[in-house]
Design a binder for this molecule. Sequence first.
Ligand SMILES: Cc1ncc(COP(=O)(O)O)c(C=O)c1O
Length: 439
Amino acid sequence: MRQTPVNYDIVNRKIRENNITDIGNCTIREIKKLIDTIEMETGEKYIRMEMGVPGLPPAKVGVEAEIAALRNGVAAIYPDIYGIPSLKSEISRFVKNFLNIQISTEGCIPTVGSMQGSFAAFMMLNRLKEGRNKTLFLDPGFPVHKQQMRVLGLQWETFDVYDYRGEKLAAKLESYLSKGEISSVLYSNPNNPSWICFTEKELKIIGDLANKYDVIVMEDLAYFGMDFRNDFSKPGQPPYQPTVANYTDNYMLFISSSKAFSYAGQRIGMMAISDSLYNKSFPDLLKYYSSSNFGHAMIFGTVYALSSGTAHSAQYALAAILKAVNDGEYNFVEEVKEYGEKAKIMKKMFTDNGFNIVYDKDEDQPIADGFYFTFSYPGFSGSELLAELIYYGISAITLGITGSERTEGIRACVSLVLRNQLPILEERLRWFQKDHPIQ
Ligand SMILES: Cc1ncc(COP(=O)(O)O)c(C=O)c1O
């Protein structure tokens, strides 16, 4: 039997019992379940890097406001589908303060997590115009978005931006948009899983081409303000979180409260639609909706049909969080900086032990340290590497399931790794390198 940090036989048995034939193709939740069962049987704690969940306590001001709202009886009352007024105006203030863009309160809509925002958008954006029924993903990306497309029976196109950074992005993007079938483009910035951040030059390319081909950009800001190379934390003061909204009016933003405010459990996020798009009319919408007006159809057609709005008490929580942030009383960026600090230490441990960072640059700049990073090991595919790391008490996901073409890569999420586990991580990585000497 091999000597590995976690009992070799038990790991093998658990893989069999969970009916796993290829770890590289497992979903995040399948990996989570596998590791849970191994931990339970061996008593050995893993360095858990598979799931992107917040590792910090929820924003306190939100919890207090939510409790107060519940005590006031909001649980008995249906919330308005378009959101409570105080939240709508705080969202509008937030985008002004931290993105420096103007969006009317009407287009600021709470959603059941930003996942519901993307689901609602996918449903509508691919029905705006006959023949324009595909979304283009600037990958790598969040696998659940593709799952949303699948369950909606929608089609998509994708390419990995790794080889198309800077000027090269323009021709590549245009080669898709010029075919005339793409309704919309989605990317996350900072990016899950690679933590690359588009530069202003790249955002301008995306915005200009969205204008040229009348395509709608969905900008997923799940990790708002978390490119810690810049301080985006001061309301109403530059620098601002970069956004495509500076270059086109054809946009929708998805802003999650899960990571920025550690509020994942209450499933509340924000959709912010540009005024121009909100007020636009698309006659083809009349096949599905009572109005051809985009904003009206989104709220009274799509969001109504999906969940009839967003949990009432959570809206009070988010309104209170945003008010504190907008008033400069709560520095949300400072609260989550811990992720970047841990990433810096962890990335060094990996590279000191023979691993490489896969997505390592934003054009000519080293990428930021943040919630995720990507790594590989010489001679291993991502799938083989993950399968092997499981014996070393390290769990993650392969980049293969994220639309990445870097099939040698693995995504690590730093959030659940505790500071006191870092020496254990280092020891396991050293053990791994000793057992797998680089040729
Ligand atoms: C890129 C990206 N978009 C969206 C989400 C989901 O956000 P929410 O919890 O607000 O639904 C996540 C969560 O991990 C994410 O990484």
